[in-house]
Each structure stands twice: as structure tokens, then as C-alpha cells.
Design a protein around this ligand. Sequence first.
Ligand code: NAP
Length: 320
Amino acid sequence: MSSTEDVVLVTGASTGIGRACALRLDQAGLRVVAGVRRAADGQALRAASSDRLRPVILDVTDAAAIAAAADLVRGELGGARLAGIVNNAGIGVGGPLEFVPLDHLRRQFEVNVVGVVAVIQAFLPMLREGRGRIVTMGSIGGRVGQPFAAPYTASKHALEAMSDALRLELKPWHIEVCLIEPGNIATPIWEKGMRTADALARSAPQRVFQLYGRALEVMSELLARQEASGIPPDRVADAVLHALTSRRPKTRYLVGSDARVLALLRTVLPDRWRDELILRYTKLPRDEAAVAARKTPATRATTNGRATTRAPKRRAKAAR
Ligand SMILES: NC(=O)c1ccc[n+]([C@@H]2O[C@H](COP(=O)([O-])OP(=O)(O)OC[C@H]3O[C@@H](n4cnc5c(N)ncnc54)[C@H](OP(=O)(O)O)[C@@H]3O)[C@@H](O)[C@H]2O)c1
């Protein structure tokens, strides 16, 4: 390709925020290399974009795929520069931390944290050459930990720390490092999280529901309400475009009024006041008698002590 338009890599561009970013950046005239895990998702993106957009198969947990994507981008550059990477790919693991399977916790960090670092490492030489920028998809959950979403919010908290560190480490090369902190955005992540949670619940010990049943019901109801009130992913894409192209990008972009309110509460309220507010708002149970499941006909013990039938709905979907 001989075009001199700036090139941008977006990971996790198949759906939701990543797709919105890829299309928004494409519309803005950038040459987007869009990371997807299935060829069909790349074709769907191509159908919705200009001819400039180039899909690449990229799983951020696959070192060989990252190296191949870096080679492809280098080949694409020609006389142009890599203007930035958008570390968007992410998954949400939730549930009571006491029972979260450790391999799920590891997977959460493998995708949301290690995957981000792996991509940054692979693309930094090109970013350095062209003074490109690093834009990473955090979450307001990275500032305010949320009950039953500890794996997810912990992974986003890690991104907060990493972005602060990286911003200073890369100062000598004037590489801007920006973190996007969306609140509740309407994307398939909710549905994907619920499917994973349902699968997990089917193999969860009955004890989970004995101990946390009511709390999980409350969270499920709350998340269903939140899901319905997410704002469009285009709002996040606007912030990403600003981070990549503005003369003075911000270090952090809160997206959505819920994110701004939570960030304010984090700053002004002592922890216990904030806990109290969250308990009141969510109506999460406060004592042992209340936290156990109400009669949950959907769940029954079996001889091996596991819950068999459908577990309470939507109990472990990750907070945003
Ligand atoms: N939705 C929200 O309310 C919200 C709020 C704050 C932050 N975020 C963050 O925004 C980002 C995008 O999420 P979304 O809401 O747009 O959800 P989404 O529609 O589920 O998008 C997630 C993207 O990540 C990709 N992905 C998952 N695992 C991957 C892997 N191992 N390698 C490469 N790509 C992978 C998915 O690809 P496949 O289709 O192949 O699975 C998909 O393209 C995530 O980092 C999320 O934490 C979302």
C-alpha cells in the first residue's frame, strides 16, 4: 500500500466498542487495521467500511498472532506512520470472588491485562518511530470495584496503574498514553458475560447459592436494568478518536454520566460511605440471613453437591 494516511490498529473490532471505533476511525480518514478472531467478522467490517480498512486475525493471547499482526502492519505502513493502537479487546468474568474458578481469573487477566501488554510490546517500536499513541480501553470499574465483578474490575484497575506508569516511561519519546473509562455501554459484552456466567453456574457447587443466592439475584436484577440503559458505543469511539488525533489528548476519558458520577464518588467519599451508598442503591443484602437464597426452585442439590438445573439468572455478569 502506498498511501500515506496514518495507520491505526484496533484490537477486538468484531463487535461493540471495538467495531464502533474501527468504523469511526475509518470514517475519519485513518487507515484502520482491525483485529478480529474470525474471518467472517473481518468481512462484516469490510462491508461496513471504506476500502482502507484491513482486518487482521488477532487473538491477543496468541503470541504468534500478535507477531504476525505486527509484521502485517509494518508492511502496510509504506511511507506512513503508525499513529496509534487501540487496546480494546476484553472479556468480563464475574461471580462471588470466593468461588471464581482460578483458571477463569487467569483467563480474565490473560486477555484484559497480559494481552494488552503483549500488543503494546509488539507495536512499540513502530509507535516510537512515528510518535504514535497508545489508547487503552479501561472502565469506570477500574476506579470503583464492584461486587461480584471483582475479576473484571481488578483487570481494569491494573490497566489504570499500567497506563500511569507507561505514560511516564514513554515520555522521552513523546508517546501519549490514554485510558478510556466508559460507564455502561450497550454492547454484546453483557450477553456474552451472561452466557459464560450461566455455564459457570451449571457447574458451581450448591454452596454458592446457599451463601450468595439472594445477593446474586439482586445483582442479576440490577444488571438487567443497567443493560437496558447503556449508551451507544459511538460515544466511546468519539473519545478514542480524540485521544488519537487531538493536539492535546487527555490522559483519561470518562465516557457516560454514570462513569462521571462514580468517579466523583470515588474522589469525594470515604470508602465506608461509598460502600453504604452502593448497598443502598443496589439493595444488596447486609447480613447472613438475608444473603442466602430465597427458595430457589431453579437450583437443586444433587448427590454430588452441585447445582443442576438452571441457576439464578444473570448472576455473574461483569460490571462494566
Ligand atoms: N460495554 C461496556 O459497558 C463497557 C464499559 C467499559 C469498558 N468496556 C470495555 O470495552 C472493551 C470492548 O468491550 P465491548 O463492550 O465492546 O464488548 P464486546 O462487544 O464483547 O467486544 C469485545 C471484543 O473483544 C474481543 N476479544 C475477546 N477476547 C479476545 C482475545 N483473546 N483476543 C482478541 N480479541 C478478543 C471480542 O472478539 P470476539 O467477538 O472474537 O469474542 C470482541 O471483539 C472491553 O475491553 C471492555 O472491557 C466495555
